[in-house]
Design a binder for this molecule. Structure first.
Ligand SMILES: Nc1ncnc2c1ncn2[C@@H]1O[C@H](COP(=O)(O)OP(=O)(O)OP(=O)(O)O)[C@@H](O)[C@H]1O
Ligand SMILES: [Mg+2]
Length: 314
């Protein structure tokens, strides 16, 4: 997923590029710009004079302060992760004037535009490996890394955009209610599981989870539930029905609270599309709306299951 193009590595001020090379301990022989993600700063593949191939991303706080903070937050998190977590390793962090840069090991494989059955399986394995770790003590409870889960409630208050929202916003809000409690736990959670935050290698080396700035301590199934949501929101090569089926099947393997974690982000995208304008990425509102709309059939099914569960439990 790409919005406005990320700036190019060669446009990064020379002192920043020099500081990155110095921190890495080798000159940068050549590079290739990467285009995934939403951050305005450059992301690049670097080939170093000593033969290493590494990843770097950078941003100026003057361009977007939030991303600058996130780069430094991610750098600290990568250092706290056990080596058995499927994450890149931090190699260097640079702060140079308003700029921050983070260099990590290169993750094998590629970031694809759509999910496949093989990439779902590989990334699900990476999520399971991650959640078998207890979260490092420096990470906050996941409730601090969950945003706008009250989206359905607020949407019902400000007025739905169409008949579907009018019918489902209230029941969806009931499903998500109490999320601060049912998301809690002590497992390591990546919390920003999206296809563009993974690499997958068809030659079957393990998938790698990227972009760890939101990692937290929470319930062990959270990344798998978010994977299910992203399969639908980002899309499957076999189409919309396949995406919804794969997501539903994955959720059926998880504890009963996991489907609630799919209904939450659908409301988050809805309320953000309706109320937040992003001047940096003007297309982001339509991206959020598209994700929320894609999730409607799954959300409707999960709400029906939730009600059925309550009826039986009552
Ligand atoms: N260690 C890595 N090895 C190989 N490719 C990577 C690595 N880290 C990131 N990438 C690629 O670069 C892209 C951008 O990286 P990342 O998601 O970390 O950037 P970001 O600016 O923090 O993200 P976002 O813009 O999504 O907030 C990813 O979508 C992925 O394709
Ligand atoms: Mg990313």
């Amino acid at each position: 997923m790409t919005f406005t193009p990320r700036s190019a590595w060669h446009e990064t001020p020379e002192p920043v590029r020099k500081a990155v090379a110095e921190a890495l301990g080798a000159a940068i022989d050549r590079h290739a710009d990467l285009h995934g993600g939403m951050s305005p700063g450059p992301a690049a593949s670097l080939w170093l004079a000593d033969g290493r191939h590494v990843f770097v991303k950078a941003v100026s706080a003057e361009v977007r302060a939030h991303n600058h903070t996130m780069i430094l937050q991610e750098a600290a998190i990568l250092d706290a992760l056990p080596r058995s977590v499927p994450a890149p390793r931090r190699l260097a962090t640079v702060e140079c004037g308003p700029w921050a840069a983070l260099a990590t090991t290169w993750a094998a494989g590629a970031t694809a535009p759509s999910w496949t059955d093989a990439s779902i399986e590989a990334v699900a394995d990476a999520c399971r490996t991650t959640s078998r770790h207890r979260a490092p003590g420096s990470l906050p409870p996941v409730a601090q890394r969950i945003f706008d889960f009250d989206g359905w409630t607020r949407l019902a208050e400000i007025g739905a955009n169409d008949d579907w929202e009018a019918a489902y916003a209230g029941p969806a809000a009931d499903v998500v209610a109490g999320w601060e409690n049912w998301t809690a736990g002590d497992a390591l959670v990546h919390r920003d599981l999206r296809l563009d935050n993974t690499t997958f290698d068809a030659d079957h080396s393990p998938a790698v989870l990227l972009d760890w700035a939101y990692a937290a301590a929470g319930a062990a199934w959270i990344d798998l539930a978010q994977l299910a949501a992203d399969v639908v929101a980002t899309g499957h090569v076999l189409g919309v029905q396949a995406a919804t089926d794969r997501a539903y099947q994955l959720l059926r393997t998880l504890p009963p609270d996991a489907p609630r974690f799919v209904v939450g982000p659908a409301g988050m995208w809805c309320i953000r599309a309706a109320t937040v304008s992003d001047t940096f990425n003007p297309r982001i509102a339509s991206w959020r709306r598209a994700r929320s709309t894609a999730l409607r059939p799954l959300v409707a099914r999960l709400i029906a299951d939730f009600r059925e569960g309550h009826r039986k439990g009552a």
